[in-house]
Ligand binder design. Sequence first.
Ligand code: NAD
Length: 348
Amino acid sequence: MKKNVTVIGYGGQGGWHASHILDSDVVSLLGIYDIDEKKSALARSRGIRAYSSLDEALSDNACDIVVVATPNDSHKEIVIKALEAGKNVICEKPVEMSVSAFEEMVTASDKSGKLLTVHQNRRWDVDYLAMKQIIESGDIGDVIRIESRIHGSRGIPSDWRCHKPYGGGMILDWGVHLIDQMLLLIPGRIDRISCDITNITTDEVDDGFRLNIYFEDGKTGYVEVGTYNFLSLPRFYMQCKNGSAKIEDWRLRAMVAKCLAWNESDVLPVQTAAGITKTMAPRDELTLKTYEIERPVSDVHDFYRNFVRAIDGQEKQLVTHEQVRRVMKVMEACFKSAELGEPVKFEE
Ligand code: NAD
């Protein structure tokens, strides 16, 4: 039998959840609650029940799962109330604005015996899945460095995202996704973190950032978010022991270049603008094989399918507290490094 879901916050992302829940094979939409009456009226005009208060929504015995899709600063209070009301909870990312707020939510979940998870839906992004597939295939060997970038050109949105008290800024908004992906692509222990932020379109919050995560085993993960980039750099660029891989754009397929022979018998120098070079001369097909990989297949509904099975004790939840805690710790280290203007040691 399908589990009933109530969505708290019927804005952009609450609307996304509502329409996906209406399409789901494992959950059905019970209703929504939003503090803004206009959003409630919109829901009703679409035939969706809109509760008139949070308490009314949480006291409905028919509700099995609450999705929290309100601005970042309000997550903790609503999540804890929902857990205390005996509901399982899916909280939007970032789970909150600090590790300590998250710990309070975990404690509430433990006390209530109900599950809490975080909607890290970008684990289903096909660009990320393509990188994962290339690493797991082992075809170009161990990772040396992964660069993950997302570039836009419209600045930070002018809603709550550009205000600090609501949990605005790009580290919390997009960083949380890209850091989560990076920690899954490079699973080792982190040694230190170095991050600087940009304030091109606003001084109040970071409208972009550049983060280096240095792992104890020598690998590096680089994460960059920009909102003032009128030309974009590749979404992913990866150097491995035996080749490189790249995804120009999330609409495109991943390209792999595999080194077939390190030593070349004869490298012809190439002419560049004002000189010649052998070092930077392109390789030929005798020593380098290039190919594209098919875009992986992915279904975001697997997130709900997993959570429902986790509630029924049939499998473990995919987005674990340990993973969420680690991403939150990296984001806290980003803010600290940016403030100090120097790398910070990471405490695992
Ligand atoms: P939004 O501003 O479009 O919508 C937020 C809604 O919450 C609004 O309708 C607002 O009236 C309502 N709201 C505010 N406080 C409330 C409260 N106390 N109780 C009930 N309703 C309240 O914002 P959004 O873009 O939908 O973002 C909401 C959350 O979803 C954020 O945490 C954001 O980071 C996350 N998000 C996640 C993704 C993703 O891909 N996972 C994408 C976008 C947003």
